[in-house]
Design a protein around this ligand. Sequence first.
Ligand SMILES: [Zn+2]
Length: 260
Amino acid sequence: MPVLPDVEVFRRYIDVTALHKPIRGVEVFDADYVTDSSVSSLKRCLTGAAFDSTRRHGKHLGIALDSGHWLLLHFGMTGYPNYARIDRDPPRHSRLVVRFRNGFRLAYVNQRKLGRIRLAGDFNAFVAEWSLGPDALEIDRADFTELLLTGRGTIKARLMNQSQIAGLGNVYKDEILFQAGIHPAAQAKDVPAESVSDLWRTMRRVLRTAIDRRVQADQFPDSWLTPHREGEQCPRCRATLERDTISGRASRFCPACQPA
Ligand SMILES: [Zn+2]
């Protein structure tokens, strides 16, 4: 599922492929993805414009148009962008194809019916309107600590709640808690302040490492939890990894490194 590191990799991909190229036309293959505006206004807004810059907030990618609008992409469970020559057929499940005058095109590909394409006048207004919390790579240590040490809920649920911290998914949440030695079912407000501070550092390191390795899970360090299944040995202490449903979602953890 494309979460913060994946979407950051997509953002950089679009930066090096699709910016500053006049748009010749737009094809929408599935209107269900287009929300908050009509397909015709989406086409009208993009045609003749060019992508100017990109931004990311959590799992949301914004592409600024030189006309002042933003094209906002959410990739759901399986989405990704694909830039190639126009004479190459877009990948299966392409929902939107933006054709440039230079003979290339950018496709938004998404196999499943989750994910959204929308237009917005302002990126920050979109973030506010959708009640997204601060981005996991933007939030500073003081705000992170204050956020987790106030309010109720398991640390796992708090980290996953996009209105509190935007960008993490189930896999990175497991990884971050594993590396910080915190049990996923711990109440956030009961975690010692030094551990929350360490969790913030760990979160940044894990996300940046994943981005640097272009979210190729086979490139992740073997000392990480992610490459290992429940029932296998913990890469750090050799205890048997466990899996449990906590706050409604599966969590993997090491019962020895992450004592309850
Ligand atoms: Zn362990």
